[in-house]
Structure formats: C-alpha cells, structure tokens
Ligand binder design. Structure first.
Ligand code: NAP
Length: 311
C-alpha cells in the first residue's frame, strides 16, 4: 500500500490549492474526491468574485484548471468517496468504498453537501423536476415555469442562470427578506422573469411522472394553496460533509470541523480547510487561502516529525 506524505480529502478549491502547495514542496500528495474536480464550484455557472477574472470565469473552467495545476506538480487525484479515517501507529489510514490509503498527514477539505427540503415528494421526484444543480439540469427547463426555494446567494445566482432557459421563475422564501448579497438581490429584482413568494414554505411536491405542482403554506397566515410548476430547484444551504469522521476529531454542534489558529484539528497531523471548517466564510477565494495555509502547516508538521525522528 502506497504511503503518502499528505492525503487531502476533497478536491474543491481548498483541497486542490492545498495539493498545489504540498506537491510543489515535493510532498507525495493524494487527493480523494467523491464526485468531480472543483466540488461545489464545478456546479456553479459563473464565479464573479475570484480575483484575477474581471469578466468572471465558469465554475467548470476554474475547477479543471486547478486540478491540472495540482497534477502538473505531481499530485495524484483519485475519484473515491472516503468512508472512514483512523490512526494506526504513526500513520493515518483513510478508507474509501473500495480501497485503503495511508498517509503521514491529512487535510480535510470535504466541503459541504446541499441541504434538502425533507418534504413529501422531494425524493421521489428528484431527477424528474426536482433539482439541486442549475448548471446540470437548467437546459431541461427550456420555456418552463419553475420554483426556486431559498433566499441566499445560491438561490439568486443559480436563479439568474436559470432565467436563460425558463419563462418564469418563482422564488419561494420562508421570510420577507432575502439573505443574498445586495448585488445579487438587485439583479434578481430587476430581472423580469423573477417573481417572489414571501413568507412561504413548500409543504410537499406533487406529480405523477414529473413535478406538476407544489403545496405552499404562508407562514404568517397559515393559508395553504396549490401552485402549478414544472420544476423545483432547491438552494437552501449546505451541511458539512463530515459523516466519515465519526468521532475521529472534534466537530462543533453543527458538525463542522473545529480548528486552531494553524487550521489544526484535535488530532495532531490532521488539518482542515474550506467550507467544512467551523468559522469558514464559505467563499472560493477564502477556501483557496485556507487550503494554502493548511498545506504549509502540514508541511511544517512533517518537518517537525522528521526532526523529532532523528533525535
Ligand atoms: P445560505 O446563505 O445559508 O442561504 C440559505 C437560504 O435558504 C436562506 O435564505 C435560508 O433562509 C433558506 N433556508 C435554509 N433552510 C431552509 C429550509 N429548510 N427551508 C426553506 N428555506 C431554507 O446558503 P447558500 O445560498 O447556499 O450560500 C452558502 C454560502 O455560500 C454563503 O456564505 C454564500 O454567501 C456563499 N455563496 C456565495 C456566492 C457568491 O459570492 N456569488 C454564491 C453562492 C454561495 P433564511 O434566510 O430565512 O435563513
């Protein structure tokens, strides 16, 4: 079994930046990614706030470029989902569904996975009108009318992308104020295809073979009504992807990884970066910055191990 200096869990902005730094430091580096390079960013239409791209850049392009950059310096990338991690002797053992890898240090950059509404009909109609990814599924909704659930940056940004296809987009939000940043709010409000259904929750999603309607409830009046729609896009935030850690390191009450001021976790030799980390600000540029910081601190940790080993 090959042993790595640094094993990075997650191939998003944080993980791939960490890999660029560790492989450029001649550390044998493996990135394990369960889905696609770039993580959440790869599913984003446009990244407009990453410095150096005044016209914006597509999520796919920046993801592919980051992966190429890490590979150029020797990083290995494998597409496997991590199921558990343990420490045996002085090494970490990281298990995936089909393999086991060993490493002297680990960077957890597993990000977060999208939240679901947990209402009747959602699971059954996923892929048949219910979606969590505008760039993946938007084109299926050409000339259709859809519901977008959520009031944050994702709902506005992905909603704006969806206006390329749909005739009308109804944002259903549980409050009467959006959480999204002002620039995205303004763009959404100015777009004639947007309309807003305030103070409202989706109670269930209905349809025979595909989505036909949603049941909406006004949370102020408790009045319920059916609302016809061809699709439901859900953008209601994310939960940390930390199930595989199961007692291995300390998490906060919401399941995010707790770190110290060197991005170290409660387990020496294990660092965390990006959206999975408690306190992270959840932007691509900060995830990349944290990836760099975790990589440099992992490098320092390995150097300290070597010095201690020689004594
Ligand atoms: P978010 O900021 O957490 O917003 C989630 C939205 O969904 C909120 O409006 C929330 O309502 C609503 N919501 C949460 N749970 C719900 C539920 N069970 N039922 C109905 N509505 C629910 O998540 P996000 O928009 O995915 O953004 C995540 C992070 O990524 C943020 O830090 C954001 O700034 C960042 N991001 C940035 C960009 C960008 O810079 N362009 C783009 C995308 C994301 P309440 O408002 O009532 O809580």
């Amino acid at each position: 079994m090959a042993s790595y200096d640094v094993l990075i869990i997650g191939g998003g902005g944080a993980g791939l930046t960490a890999a660029i730094y560790t492989s450029r430091a001649n550390l044998k580096t493996l990135v394990l990614e369960k889905l696609t390079p770039g993580g959440q960013i790869a599913l984003t239409d446009a990244v407009e706030n990453y410095p150096g791209f005044p016209e914006g850049v597509t999520g796919t392009e920046i993801s592919m470029r980051m992966e190429q950059q890490a590979k150029r310096y020797g990083t290995e990338v494998q597409y496997e989902e991590v199921t558990s991690i343990a420490k045996s002797n002085s090494e970490f053992q990281v298990k995936t569904r089909g393999a086991s890898h060993q490493a002297r240090s680990v960077i957890i950059a597993s990000g977060a996975s999208f939240r679901t509404l947990e209402v009747p009909g959602e699971r059954e109609l996923t892929g048949r009108g219910v979606s969590y990814c505008a760039t993946c599924d938007g084109a299926f909704f050409k000339n259709k009318e859809i519901v977008v659930v959520g009031g944050g940056d994702s709902a506005m940004q992905e909603g704006l992308f969806l206006t390329r296809f749909v005739t009308k987009l109804n944002v259903v939000h549980r409050r009467d104020k959006l959480r999204a940043s002002p620039i995205l709010q303004d763009r959404a409000r100015e777009n004639p295809k947007f309309s807003f259904v305030w103070d409202t929750a989706v109670m269930r999603i209905e349809g025979d073979k595909k989505v036909e309607k949603v049941r909406l409830k006004n949370l102020k009046t408790n009045a319920e009504k059916d609302f016809k729609t061809d699709g439901v896009f859900v953008f209601i935030g994310h939960d940390p992807a930390t199930k595989f850690l199961d007692g291995f390191i300390e998490l906060d009450e919401k399941g995010y990884v707790k770190t110290d001021d060197r991005l170290g976790t409660s387990q020496p030799g294990v660092f965390a970066a990006g959206e999975v980390r408690a306190g992270a600000v959840k932007q691509l540029v900060s995830a990349c910055g944290e990836g760099c910081e975790a990589a440099l601190n992992a490098q320092a940790y390995l150097e300290e191990l070597e010095v201690a080993g020689k004594k």
